[in-house]
Design a protein around this ligand. Structure first.
Ligand code: SAH
Length: 349
């Protein structure tokens, strides 16, 4: 079998691993051993699994390999210690992840796809379109690589790197199950956030999965026309449909929705913009995360004035809407989605 046809062993969930070893005529406890090596001891290869018999490793290596994700660059912010990592995957694709220290613990922001096909106008990840989906193991590998590099624990995970997680639904769900599995890192589901540009059918599907993760919706505008200018996906789903799906998510899971709103100078940060947002969200149990847009070289958008950001926030608060301004982490290290990857790709062409 060609290496490229082999499956990613790190992408196999615990119950599947049991089935796999049984199908290879091995004892069930071997699954626990292998899973432990992969997801707790974080070894890079089958050779490192010292208590697994060579015969089993041979059988496994016929159909499986552990997809590599090596760190090729790391930039640490001198301002806040945020670290941006660039990983090279086994097929040469580059992806990036961010490590952030907060008072309540360390957080990692992972990529779910190499590139993205959603086309949001202000975002660097989408400029070259989608290269491919990541496997669940490649999503885990970003976290494991960062844990090994920093020697620190990770308590929060968000899917706010490159890619649209709900456009890679099955792998992202498998990733969440493994990340929160007691046999693995055992991160609390409450500390996992999936961020989406608003794929309505998948948001509803996610609501029915019986998970207690947070869903963040990238709103960026309070009416359909303006949203269409910023996000092509808004041509497919209206705000009415999206807000219905958000209410459904809350009803099914009891989890408060987060709305992300990237403030773009003169585009979506005016008094009438915030008025529309208030109208859209009033009466909802939610949280708004304001993100001053991170200017991307290839895009023409600029940040809002400080005073506009403040006024926007105040207006939301006056209307009893929970709001925070996202701490601008890692501005000095190409912090925004897809920026580091693009810069390295540019350097190499
Ligand atoms: N596809 C997912 C994850 C994207 S990244 C989604 O759309 O939610 C996480 C957030 O950062 C999204 O809200 C995205 O719209 C926003 N974002 C992307 N590029 C940005 C930039 N240059 N400045 C500010 N926010 C940006």
């Amino acid at each position: 079998m060609n290496t490229s046809d082999k499956k990613d062993l790190r992408s196999i969930e615990y119950s599947e691993m049991e089935q796999l070893v049984l199908s290879l005529s091995e004892k069930r406890f071997r699954a626990a051993q292998i899973y432990d090596w992969l997801h707790k001891k974080l070894v890079p290869g089958l050779d490192d699994m010292t208590n697994v018999p060579a015969s089993l490793k041979d059988k496994l290596s016929e159909g499986y390999m552990i997809y590599s994700a090596g760190i090729v660059r790391m930039q640490e912010s001198s301002v806040d210690g945020t670290r941006k990592y660039l990983f090279k995957l086994h097929d040469g694709n580059l992806i990036e992840s961010v490590f952030m220290r907060y008072e309540h613990g360390n957080s990692v922001c992972i990529s779910t796809q190499a590139g993205c096909r959603m086309g949001c106008r202000f975002c660097a990840s989408t400029i070259d379109g989608l290269a491919r989906n990541l496997t669940s193991g490649e999503m885990l590998a970003q976290i494991y690589g960062i844990m090994k590099d920093t020697g620190e624990r990770i308590s929060n995970v968000v899917t706010m790197g490159s890619g649209e997680p709900l456009d890679n639904y099955d792998e992202v769900l498998s990733f969440i199950r493994m990340l929160t599995d007691e046999h693995g890192l055992n991160i609390s589901q409450r500390n996992v956030t999936v961020s989406t540009c608003g794929l309505v059918p998948e948001m509803r599907r996610l609501a029915d999965e019986n998970l207690s993760i947070t869903l963040a919706l990238s709103l960026h505008a309070g009416n359909d026309d303006k949203r269409r200018e910023l996000m092509p996906i808004a041509n497919k789903y209206t705000l009415d449909e999206i807000m219905d799906a958000c209410r459904y998510y809350f009803d099914r899971t009891g989890r408060r929705m987060t709305f992300e709103y990237s403030l773009v100078g003169g585009v979506n940060d005016t008094g009438s913009d915030v008025k529309e947002l208030v109208k859209l969200l009033s009466g909802m149990n939610c949280h708004v995360n304001l993100i001053p847009v991170n200017p991307v070289k290839e895009r023409k958008y600029v940040q809002s004035e400080r005073s506009a950001v403040k006024a926007f926030k105040n207006k939301l608060e006056k209307n009893n809407i929970n709001v925070t301004i996202r701490r601008e982490m890692g501005r000095d290290i190409d912090g925004a989605c897809g920026q580091l990857r693009r810069r390295v790709l540019d350097e190499n062409t």
